[in-house]
Design a protein around this ligand. Sequence first.
Ligand SMILES: *[C@@H]1O[C@H](CO)[C@@H](O)[C@H](O)[C@H]1NC(C)=O
Ligand SMILES: *[C@@H]1O[C@H](CO)[C@@H](O)[C@H](O)[C@H]1NC(C)=O
Ligand SMILES: *[C@@H]1O[C@H](CO)[C@@H](O)[C@H](O)[C@H]1NC(C)=O
Ligand SMILES: *[C@@H]1O[C@H](CO)[C@@H](O)[C@H](O)[C@H]1NC(C)=O
Length: 316
Amino acid sequence: MRPIAVIPLVFSIVAFVLSILCLFAGTKPGYMEEYHIITVNTSGLGQNLFKQSAAPSATTPACTKPTSLGSLISGAKDCVEGAASNAVDEIQNIANEVAGDIVDKLSQKIGIKQFYSLHLMNRCEGNYKPNATDPSASKNVTKCSNQTAMYHFDITTPLNAELAKGPLNLTLEKLHFPDDIQDGLDGLSVGLNAIFVFYAIGIASSGIVILLCPLYFFFGLPMLTLLNSCLASLSFTALIISSAIVTVVQKKAAGFINKYGGKVGIEAYPGGKYLALTWSSVAFMGVASIVCAIDYTALKRRKRRELSEKGEHGRC
Ligand SMILES: *[C@@H]1O[C@H](CO)[C@@H](O)[C@H](O)[C@H]1NC(C)=O
Ligand SMILES: *[C@@H]1O[C@H](CO)[C@@H](O)[C@H](O)[C@H]1NC(C)=O
Ligand SMILES: *[C@@H]1O[C@H](CO)[C@@H](O)[C@H](O)[C@H]1NC(C)=O
Ligand SMILES: *[C@@H]1O[C@H](CO)[C@@H](O)[C@H](O)[C@H]1NC(C)=O
């Protein structure tokens, strides 16, 4: 009997559950939504452009290449013909209409949601309640994309799809949405794949530790203890790596979005609770693996004579 085996058993179970939650947080609307990796607040998307166009602007006689939606509109009467001018008039109308409480109504007017939250395996979206500008606003998730094993952060695809379906048939290009944002997020894809793989390794090996712990408890064989100790260390290491990458990826993604998105009115918020969750799983697995390693050393010292294979220790 090795009663000490109860400690790694309990700690591995907690680490196992926490790391599974890291994978599945946010896969259903409202399910652990606050454990997002990044939330992008799009309620102000296009705000600057619409504000510009709502303000009285000097007439530009020359037909110059428009540099913003505002100048596109002011020059529209002279430069844009046919169907396109109708769309531009419509934008002008909307701009006048929403000029007052622009932030809360804008997203609805252009057909998008007020926030998009990026999770490890999917994306969710919805509107703030009671409204986007309320200081104590909370999220009302309306839908989540299907989960995929190696989800890549993508904000432009859903936005473009919804803008196209929206009443104004806008595109992100017309809103001057910088390419740097999605380019930056695309650069994180390798990291996101790695996070998934390391969680999978961490979860699988902590699962085996959980299965081996009862044997370890009843028999306490050095071989079994060694195996358990190796697997616990493997899980611990894998969880450290995934948590470290997710910490970096989160910081970078929020950085790209806030750096380039500020001028088109979007903001990103990194989710602190997700980091707390993933680093807690690391801490629990750390205790399990340290206890396993200490007990293996103790056991080996006691049963040194029974240990026939000398090379084993070096392997771990
Ligand atoms: C947002 O909600 C708060 C609280 O319900 C309200 O006081 C405020 O006027 C609302 N703002 C807008 C722009 O509707
Ligand atoms: C979302 O962004 C808008 C515009 O940038 C800001 O006014 C609003 O307070 C933000 N809402 C939340 C809930 O963070
Ligand atoms: C949340 O969103 C749903 C679907 O858009 C809507 O029916 C519901 O009223 C919203 N809830 C709140 C509290 O705003
Ligand atoms: C999501 O999954 C459902 C059912 O599992 C399927 O019917 C639907 O087509 C999927 N949607 C996408 C976008 O893959």
